[in-house]
Design a protein around this ligand. Structure first.
Ligand SMILES: [Zn+2]
Length: 195
């Protein structure tokens, strides 16, 4: 990270109360991996005195959403502004605060609820309607509107357990955080692939 990026990142983490006094500048790119139960306020920020959410805590780093279809649809919808603008504005009666939110978004999902659709080693027991319902959770909200850079890891890690697959995805996303990256909307081609 450049000095300027480190200062910006540190300021956000300081406002969020995530820095202790012994730490100086945040020198490594943030890697944020919120649980799928996160609220929209937790993701984009909120509170009576506005505090930055995960999209801002991931500024200059990676925001990794594992098990993407498990996130509430309204939570994914609120990411539209930060993804398009690189910032998020939280309005209150008395004030309005804008936090920067330029991050690389990485997301992972299974091909079906059980995770074995199309797998040569294990049989998938999901019904077609179940699979359709699962996949449709992200269509519209994420697939088309926001150009989320997700892809199934099934072929690369066929035969491994669900936990291992997601562990490998998580490690790939974390590795991206260590390298300088364009914000999400500028990601194309092979940069989408997490292995
Ligand atoms: Zn299945």
């Amino acid at each position: 990270m450049s000095l300027e990026e480190a200062i910006e990142t540190t300021r956000i983490h300081s406002v969020a109360g995530l820095l202790d006094d012994s730490r100086g500048l945040v020198g490594t790119r943030p890697f944020r991996s919120p649980h799928h139960t996160i609220s929209d306020a937790g993701l984009i920020g909120g509170g009576a005195v506005p505090r930055p959410g995960e999209v801002s805590l991931a500024h200059h780093g990676v925001l990794f959403l594992d098990e993407l279809p498990e996130f509430q649809r309204n939570v994914l919808e609120v990411m539209r502004q930060p993804l398009e603008d690189g910032s998020v504005t939280i309005s209150r009666a008395a004030t309005s605060v804008t936090f920067p939110a330029r991050f690389m978004l990485a997301a992972a999902m299974n091909p079906c609820p059980c995770g074995f659709f199309g797998d040569s080693t294990r049989e998938c027991h999901c019904s077609p309607p179940q699979i359709q319902r699962y996949v449709s959770k992200i269509s519209g909200a994420a697939d088309r509107s926001h150009r989320y850079p997700y892809r199934s890891a099934r072929r690369e890690v066929q035969g491994t357990s669900r936990r291992k697959r997601h562990g490998r995805f998580r490690n790939g996303a974390r590795a991206c955080a260590a390298r300088p990256r364009a914000p999400n909307r500028a990601i194309h081609g092979r940069e989408k692939d997490l292995r």
